[in-house]
Design a protein around this ligand. Structure first.
Ligand code: PLP
Length: 238
């Protein structure tokens, strides 16, 4: 029988190999591509196993679940555990301060309204928060679209830059369903070129998941967010 730790280790090995192959194919150093393991719906014990296996970055998309897991990991590993928590989900403005209380990176900032709450949370914690702006790759009229329109990025970047406790680090995107991810990520690469011309320090690009990390690495992703390819299929809603 394989243990959960062995299962997760095998998933990690496979994903790290995929990242290395994709980076090499793109003429990039695999060390340039960071792995954020998306632990949403999986128990804190899996995060514990990941940390033991050397994973430094984990991603969560629901505030209550993320907050509870971050607290649990702090309890079990002590305050010095080097895990970085990435918040990657839709964010309500009334939860923004609470998210900044444990998240080291908030990747899903898609409107100016979130900035003051994030700033307040970061200030209370006395810890700067890294911010990525989530840009939508969907058509403008798409229902349930998440992410800022490319045209709104500049205003959003200005608001984040003006907040002392927030560090504008780059962009995040999800390839739309039903489209070739390579095409969506080609648009993303163009958006990013324009963005970094104005914000040369905001070079991070979080793109690529279990199904499309190769296409994202090909266009310059610096971080991939991978869940199921490491941890298996997600438990159904709790
Ligand atoms: C769930 C999720 C992922 C990971 O998806 P997998 O297909 O399991 O790798 C990545 N990014 C975001 C924003 C997510 O919500």
């Amino acid at each position: 029988m394989t243990t959960r730790a062995e299962e997760i280790e095998a998933g990690l090995t496979t994903v790290r190999h995929r990242i290395a192959v994709a980076a090499e194919k793109a003429g990039r150093d695999p060390g340039e591509v960071g792995l954020v393991v998306v632990t949403k719906y999986f128990p804190a014990s899996d995060v514990q196993i990941l940390a033991d296996l050397g994973v430094t970055d984990v991603g969560e998309n629901r505030h209550q679940e993320a907050e509870a897991k971050a607290a649990e990991l702090r309890r079990t590993r002590g305050p010095d555990q080097p895990l970085r928590w990435h918040f990657i989900g839709g964010l309500q403005s009334n939860k923004a301060a609470a998210v900044a209380a444990y998240a080291d990176v908030v990747e899903s900032v898609d409107r100016v309204k979130l900035v003051s709450g994030l700033q307040r949370g970061a200030r209370q914690r006395d810890h700067p928060v890294d911010v990525l702006l989530q840009v939508s790759l969907d058509p403008p009229d798409h229902p349930g679209r998440s992410g800022a329109a490319p045209a709104d990025l500049a205003a959003l970047a200005e608001a984040v830059t003006a907040a002392e406790e927030l560090r504008l680090c780059g962009l995040m995107a999800v390839a739309p369903l039903g489209e070739d991810p390579a095409e969506a990520f080609a648009r993303l690469a163009a958006i990013r070129r324009e963005f970094t011309a104005q914000y040369p320090h905001a070079t991070r690009l979080s793109a690529g998941m279990s199904g499309d990390l190769e296409q994202a690495i090909a266009v310059g992703a610096t971080h991939v967010r991978v869940g199921s390819a490491v941890l298996g299929s997600r438990p159904t809603l709790k």
